[in-house]
Design a protein around this ligand. Sequence first.
Ligand code: SAM
Length: 350
Amino acid sequence: MISFPANKSVDLAVEWHYSDYPVCSRNIIRIFINGAAMKRMLAPLLICPACLPREQPLELSSVKERDDEIISADLSCRTCRKRYPVRDGIAVLTPDPEAGPAGGQWKYEEQETIDRYLWSHYSDLMKVPDAGDAYAVWASLLAPQSDLAYDAGCAVGRLTFEMSQRSTLAIGCDLSSAFIRTARRLARERRISFSLQLEGNLRETFTFELPGSWRPDRVEFMVADAQALPFAAGTFQQITSLNLVDRVRYPLAHLFDISRAARSRNAFFLFSDPFSWSTANAPEELWLGGLSSGLYSGRGIDNVRALLEGKQKIISPAWRINAQGRVNWRLRSHCNHFEMIRSEYLTAVR
Ligand SMILES: C[S@@+](CC[C@H](N)C(=O)[O-])C[C@H]1O[C@@H](n2cnc3c(N)ncnc32)[C@H](O)[C@@H]1O
């Protein structure tokens, strides 16, 4: 029987106990502790992100699993020969799994950013002062029911968990492996502690516990690119993309890929973005708004709406927009300093 030291995290406890067990037992200990890992039933649904738009299946090898969860494995494409690892239960399914963070993406790997996002995603549920309600508002816009759901750029997972309340399985994908590790840890342990600057060198600690009714067995988190999702066309009934289109390298490719991954009928899409276009993420010629001339001149929200409505016949079948509005989203720096970001949303069905 394994016991954990009270003041150490589970990950530390693994290291702590390694020396006490013979080599042949170590994997068993690791498997036991890791728990929630990649669901095996997902493997046949995965396709090679590097071969898109061709849909090439991935083959599993070197599998270590427990019950129906894959702890580690290799997923490989017979066509392009690329290999995608599953390590510590996390699948890395970007077109180039060896590549590190590029452009402005590095900041999403830092602990301070993770902690700011944990506060932003869960502060209302922790009932702490100054909490924002943005995720509760976005959750209230979701379709009441779906089977498979996909949260693009999920960060530390709030909306993925919200979607899992309304679907058989919700899959959160993000390019940041640090965010995905954090979201998966929350799913596995049901609680997480983090700290933020209070003032100067003083820190304030927060602890969040998943509400008892939430079902982490209905969520999956993986490292994947929202411009080349490793799922076949028409897989998802419900899709969200929050505060992402202005962060990706090819904003149009992201919208196109969302539409590809969504069912062609009986599908729901929640889109929201502040349109903070920046050349750190995408060159100006690829922005979908904020320009004075060109195909995507004018406001991002108008151009995204027109694209979804099929105006340029890029996105097909077209979506019907059924709501449009704004959500004020809040990130905390220290106890007296907050960033307020107005995110413009559309809900769409087809
Ligand atoms: C501004 S944050 C928004 C996060 C979350 N959707 C929310 O609203 O709280 C942008 C997120 O998109 C992720 N991201 C950026 N480029 C991405 C890509 N190509 N594919 C998937 N995720 C990406 C970042 O790692 C980060 O988590």
